[in-house]
Design a protein around this ligand. Sequence first.
Ligand code: NIG
Ligand code: FE
Length: 407
Amino acid sequence: MPILKDIRQLAVCPSEGGQAEIGLIDDAALVWQGGRIVWVGKEEELPAEFASEQVFSAQQGLVIPGLIDCHTHLAFGGWRAAEFEMRILGKPYVEIAAAGGGIASTVRATREASEEELFLRCMQHLENIAELGVTTLECKSGYGLTVADELKLLRVYKRLQNAQPLGIVSTFLGAHTVPREYKDDRERYLELVVKEMIPEVASEGLAIFCDVFVEQGAFSVEEARQVLEAASASGMKAKLHVDQLSSGGGAELAASLGAVSADHLEFVSDNGVEAMKQSGAVAVTLPLASLYTFQKPLDARRFIDAGVPVAVATDFNPGTAPSFHLPMVMMLACTANRMTPAEAVKGATIYAAQAIALAGEIGSLEVGKQADFAILQAESIDQWLYHFTSNACVKTVKAGQVMYERH
Ligand code: NIG
Ligand code: FE
């Protein structure tokens, strides 16, 4: 039975308590068996029954639950560095999109890429992501926008589940934007999503969640409702991109549909915050996307003060958030969204697990949960996200198996 000792501080990150209550244990030990946690507490209280030869040392590092990136667009073709420059020089994201750039340009590159090419690119990303202490990733389709190309992206995610150790949770985002070929007939595109894509995705069991981008230029609240009701009838749970560039009643929609999360939310209304509080939806903040689009960042305090859990995610995609560096994004959640380091840690662990409906399995270091954790070389959680180093993670463990170790 493996035991990890010599832990300077361990953050349990329980579901209970407020956003800042990460349950710190000084001088801790952690025991697991068959990939599950069987004991956690102060090392001096370790029961004698756990005497074992398999003792590992955390070398006075911090131990946190494996980080969970609960919002990414992992598989895509190409990049969009030229648009980055255009945005810096003052051209708004929506104007670039209207001129055929933005999501549409990634759709072109993604359609051109083979399933194998996309798979190999994702494998490389995941290897780098594991080095940061991340053990689970939510991955969206949404850059294919034909039946075949959406299935191609989701099949890449399915292959990744078996080809490497990170946990992969798939989301169908066929309603990301109306592709150019349906520009004058959005009704028909919606019909394609509802009548062909959703049934195919469901019958192959390719996605747990269905997401819709609710925005002017993407989909309306009513259109999103139609898609998500069809998805729900096919067994997929709802997630939503809402209130990112304008306030459109998206958070209210998420609450009324019982969505597990509403993401972005920079322009959320007070009613939207209240509705999410009532429904229990998680608010997912994506500070990198606000920064790269020169938007005002979300004020996370509005949610935290109202008692809505806030998860933190990268939104990794080639347009608005071209980095998969979750610890950096947690630092940005502190500096741009006004979350404390402890709040950001709960946001990228247990609340992120809640945002992908996996809080019973992962996201905290409690008995019965999967033994997913990261060892960080830092003096404290505050110091980790304050004095931001190139990579504080020295070891990443998934279900008791080492997936990365710094040598
Ligand atoms: O989450 N908001 C919509 N979708 C992505 C951006 C997509 C893109 O620009 O390629 C996002 O920010
Ligand atoms: Fe996104």
